[in-house]
Design a protein around this ligand. Structure first.
Ligand code: FE2
Length: 427
């Protein structure tokens, strides 16, 4: 007797399998014909995937678009200035409300684990308190991991260092940083060193905004790799953005990539944001700014797509849909072969789960029963259609349902009206 059976779905491996769930765990993967369950989902012909994971987000800023004004230049620096204005006037209740609304959107999209940076450059630590509250409120359906992020510079902001340490004392999970925003390269280097030392002392992961710039001489990733090695943090460090690598000299990159691989640093490009923020100072040709995704993967570096922003000072769109993120990444990184497209799906599921250090992730016996049933027959079709999330199961419970996309259309101008669907196996 199961609490829930997801019946007849196609797994990302292509196998067709019934999934039996007891409590919040997967307890059977088999042909469960005849088995009883409190609830049965018929997933015949649909893709059943482990839930989506976003390793890079800013939940304190989300859904604030237009407050107090629009980012006119579209640049990172105007966004940081605008966020500074908003920080002065926002309240803790507002942050909680916006974040909870976003979590509802995320849950409906099957996005059930999110790593969010939270700004620690605020003596009140209002955003930190708000997101710690949200982390507790959503824990039954979303795993929210928080990164202490000194947005205005660990050294550049006079109280950021103390406030970042306070935030970690309060229970923030991961150590962040922004070395390219410090006043000098030397300060950026020193910030990477001290922040990694803090993480090593406390047994925490590191996830830095690193080299989010078009300047090819922004090379803090080199220091991050060095400090990771020196402190034995291999496998516990991520570099977010890494956009300067787009513009770096190829010879230097040929030295750098093995250093990143050796340090077991993961990379988190954020294609929706990188493509609109970077290259703003270029005339033509305009650089894309996206880091070297395929080149990193080719030497074994784990790369996961992050979302970064939804409706905030840096980005005016977004829907909490990791398939949108992967779709954009696929285009910008030109990952268009069948294998590469398939890998883009992994980059918003399995790869990101590894970055976040999620245990019990996936569809196997003993895993946490958090999964999504997609209105698509395979991962590439899910990307092509940005398929509807028919059912979202979080920790054993169905928490969201979306109707099947009625992608039928009437060609009324033809002699005989036809109805077609774009989904391949139901045409
Ligand atoms: Fe970010």
């Amino acid at each position: 007797m199961f609490d829930l059976i997801v019946k007849g779905g196609t797994l990302v491996t292509g196998e067709v399998m019934d999934i039996g769930i007891q409590g919040d765990k997967i307890s059977a993967l088999d042909d469960l014909s005849g088995a009883e369950a409190g609830q049965i989902i018929d997933a015949t012909g649909d893709l059943v995937s482990p839930h989506f994971v976003d390793p890079h987000f800013h939940m304190d800023a989300t859904l604030s678009y237009g407050q107090p004004r629009i980012n006119a230049s579209g640049t990172l620096l105007e966004g940081i200035g605008l966020w500074g204005e908003l920080k002065q006037v926002m309240t803790q209740d507002e942050v909680v409300e916006r974040a909870l609304t976003y979590c509802d959107w995320a849950a409906s999209m099957g996005l059930l684990a999110i790593r969010s940076h939270v700004d620690t450059c605020d003596d009140r630590l209002l955003g930190v308190e708000a997101l710690l509250d949200v982390r507790a409120q959503v824990k039954d359906y979303i795993d929210l991991q928080l990164v202490a992020f000194p947005q205005d510079g660990f050294y550049r902001d006079p109280t950021a260092r103390d406030n970042t340490l306070r935030a970690l004392d309060m229970g923030v999970d991961v150590v962040g940083g922004i070395p390219h925003f410090e006043r000098t390269i030397a300060d950026g280097t020193a910030s990477v060193r001290e922040l990694c030392e803090i993480a090593a002392r406390r047994g925490l992961q590191v996830d830095m905004h690193c080299d989010e710039t078009d300047d090819p001489m922004s090379r803090h990733i080199e220091t991050l790799a060095y400090e990771t090695q020196r402190l034995g943090l291999q496998g516990h460090v991520a570099g977010s953005h890494l956009t300067s690598m787009h513009s770096m000299d190829n010879y230097y990159v040929s030295k750098l990539l093995p250093l990143i691989a050796e340090a077991e640093i993961s990379a988190i490009p954020n294609p929706l944001i990188n493509i609109v923020i970077q290259g703003r100072h270029d005339s033509f040709p305009k650089r894309r700014g996206l880091t070297r995704v395929k080149e990193m993967q080719a030497i074994g570096i784990n790369v996961g797509w992050g979302q970064d922003c939804v409706l905030d000072p840096w980005y005016s769109l977004g829907t909490a849909d990791m398939l949108d993120v992967a779709f954009m990444g696929l285009h910008v990184a030109q990952m268009t072969s069948p294998q590469e497209m398939r890998r883009c799906f992994d980059m918003v599921t399995q790869n990101n789960a590894e970055i976040m250090g999620l245990t019990d992730y996936g569809l196997h016996i003993g895993a946490t029963a958090s999964l999504v049933v997609l209105d698509a027959s395979d991962p590439v079709e899910a990307l092509r259609l940005r398929a509807n999330r028919l059912f979202v199961v979080a920790k054993g419970k169905v928490i969201s349902q979306t109707p099947r996309a009625d992608a039928t259309f009437d060609l009324t101008g033809r002699a005989s009206s036809v109805r077609r669907r774009q989904k391949s196996n139901r045409a």
